[in-house]
Design a protein around this ligand. Structure first.
Ligand SMILES: Nc1ncnc2c1ncn2[C@@H]1O[C@H](COP(=O)(O)OP(=O)(O)OP(=O)(O)O)[C@@H](O)[C@H]1O
Ligand SMILES: [Mg+2]
Length: 309
């Protein structure tokens, strides 16, 4: 079956800065894909190109098998995608329903369907108690919720979410996760970006990691975990870090360093006692052992500076 979204070889330069260097990615129908990468690596640029808000210098985007770069496809493509941008696109002086009606009209929802569509989203997103609150006065979490509802008002074939839970509190984040999980479980195709690795782990069927303007690794979370050269991670504190690094290297354990902390990639799960014994003589003052997480895979595949041996 053709992919919902097929992106091939995107290049984009801003002045002297080459931001995208051959970005390719596929999203299957009904799949939730997370695009992760450091600040400024080009995630929003990719989404803006998909949503036709920006043109690539080269490359192709196809939605449901149809190329989107052709001028004639512009207006049409936008009506087929629901986009929650990194900065909210809501009209602050309008009430939630008015925001939805505005975008429903903009994206060509027939007048006869608008009232029912808006009423349904107000209910599904629990927005009814906020019907008399102007969008600009809603809390950050509720604005995100309303943005998500607005992005769905024209029944898009693809939902594109740029950091959907940025700057919201823990409770609002959990709420938004449940909403997005509900959309996923009902078959909505979603491409999202996030800096929140637990969010990607929870919501996404597949994750793509970006570095240097392109995807450097992609797969399901277990696929990416399997690319970490270790079965578990020991975080070690010591008065003699060099001794730890030397000893781990003698044992053949890869050593990583993040924010001054040493992590050792263990060949198999081990108890604290086994790790301390193996590091005998390295003046270990604290140690923890945890299973490998998406954060370890991200650091391993995206942030290459931290590899010590
Ligand atoms: N319209 C523009 N004009 C000039 N430079 C731009 C423009 N849009 C983006 N950039 C630059 O392109 C690079 C990539 O930006 P982009 O917003 O795509 O990154 P990002 O991965 O979404 O980052 P973040 O995680 O911080 O949201 C940045 O260096 C940014 O300054
Ligand atoms: Mg961004």
């Amino acid at each position: 079956m053709t992919a919902a979204l097929q992106i091939d070889g995107l290049f984009k330069r801003f002045g002297e800065q080459q931001v995208l260097t051959g970005f390719s990615l596929q999203v299957a129908r009904g799949e939730v894909v997370g695009l992760l990468g450091p600040n400024g690596c080009g995630k929003s640029t990719v989404l803006n190109i998909i949503c036709q808000l920006m043109q690539a210098d080269a490359g192709q985007v196809q939605l449901m098998g149809q190329p989107m770069m052709e001028q004639s496809a512009h207006a049409h493509a936008r009506t087929r995608i629901g986009y929650c941008a990194q900065e909210t696109a809501l009209y602050p002086d309008l009430f939630p329903q008015e925001n939805m009606h505005f975008f429903a009209r903009l994206y060509g929802v027939p007048a006869a369907q608008r009232n029912a569509r808006v009423a349904d989203l107000m209910e599904r997103f629990n927005l009814i108690p906020y019907a008399a609150t102007r969008a600009g006065l809603l809390s950050g979490g509720w604005q995100q919720r309303l943005s998500l509802a607005v992005a769905l008002v024209h029944l898009p074939e693809l939902l594109v979410l740029d950091e959907p839970t940025v700057a919201v509190d823990v409770e609002a984040r959990m709420d938004l996760w449940r909403l997005i999980e509900g959309l996923r479980d009902s078959g909505t195709t979603i491409l999202l970006t996030s800096h929140h690795l637990a969010e990607a782990e929870r919501l996404c069927n597949r994750v793509a990691l970006m570095r240097g303007g392109k995807v450097v690794a992609e797969g399901s979370v277990p696929d990416l975990l399997a690319r970490v050269p270790g079965q578990a991670v020991a975080k070690v504190q010591s008065q003699d870090p060099q001794a730890v690094i030397q000893r781990a290297s003698d044992l053949g354990w890869p050593v990583r360093q993040h924010a001054g902390k040493i992590s050792l990639l263990l060949p198999q799960p081990m108890s604290l006692r086994e790790v301390v014994d193996a590091l005998d003589g390295s003046k270990v003052s604290a140690v923890s052992v945890d299973p490998v997480t998406l954060e370890d895979a991200y650091l391993e595949l995206v942030d290459l500076k931290h590899r010590l041996c």
